[in-house]
Design a protein around this ligand. Structure first.
Ligand code: OAD
Length: 230
């Protein structure tokens, strides 16, 4: 059985990380689309860096931990015999902290920085500013950006994601609003006989494309549904 999982902000909500489009989905009066674009970064790099610096600090605070949904995905992967791939739109590292191994962070990772010119990627846990220095070249300032996919940029790992989608026997989308493409289109790449399962607190625009929609909290439903697949 080939299993493909897609997660979104809803899986980390119960760990204390706010979602994008819920009631907490605004940041200091900005829509996320207004800070998460290359144009926004060119116009006002401090604002964009501050947005991600605050989110990085929050992610690193001790109360933020993987929850039962992250944990059950890692346990399922470990026990599973067939192919397994976990694709996440989340830029937090909670799947990795829970012990998931085959993870594609299609929208990038908050705990990494990227040199805008050389494309080198570095682990990064501090604030990023216009003064941030390349870790290996002491005199090189201000060329680092968050390793995040902004609107208008190509998500990471699309070839691998598409290859997994076309041979999936089970596809589960967890805690995603189904509004941001190409992630929202992955369900349509799965074969006609694939069992397509949606787990979300609410109905989403993508719900009609699934065979089963389970309404409720990820921490309750994800362990239950994964258990039923074993
Ligand atoms: P959204 O914030 O758009 O949607 C979160 C979804 O999770 C909603 O459908 C909620 O109903 C659901 N949800 C919230 N809490 C839940 C819980 N405890 N259990 C189950 N479901 C819950 O987040 P995404 O769909 O991940 O991209 O957003 C997609 C992309 O938009 C993000 O990756 C980000 C953003 O712009 C980039 O930054 C490139």
């Amino acid at each position: 059985m080939n299993v493909l999982i897609l997660t979104g902000a809803g899986i980390s909500a119960e760990s204390g990380i706010p979602t994008f489009r819920g009631p907490d989905g605004l940041w200091e009066g900005h829509r996320v689309e207004e800070v998460a674009t290359p144009e926004a970064f060119a116009r006002n790099p401090e604002l964009v860096q501050k947005f991600y610096n605050l989110r990085r600090r929050n992610l690193l605070s001790p109360q933020i931990r993987p929850n039962a949904a992250h944990d059950s995905l890692a346990a399922f992967e470990q026990a599973h015999q067939g192919d397994f791939l976990l694709v996440t739109q989340n830029v937090d590292d909670l799947h990795k902290r829970a012990g998931s191994k085959k993870v594609i962070a299609m929208h990038g990772e908050l705990l990494k920085a990227r040199d805008m010119d050389t494309e080198e990627i570095f682990d990064w846990r501090d604030d990023l500013t216009s003064e941030s220095v390349h870790p290996k070249i002491p005199g090189r300032l201000g060329r680092l950006r968050p390793h995040i996919v902004w609107f208008g940029e190509m998500p990471m790992g699309m070839e691998q994601i598409e290859a997994a989608a076309i041979k999936a026997d089970v596809f589960i989308a967890i805690g995603t609003s189904g509004r941001v493409y190409p992630a929202a289109g992955i369900v349509e790449l799965t074969p006609a006989n694939c069992r397509r399962i949606e787990i979300n607190l609410d109905e989403t625009p993508a719900s009609p494309r699934f065979n089963e929609s389970h309404r409720g909290a990820a921490t309750e439903l994800v362990p239950q549904i994964l258990q039923s697949l074993r």
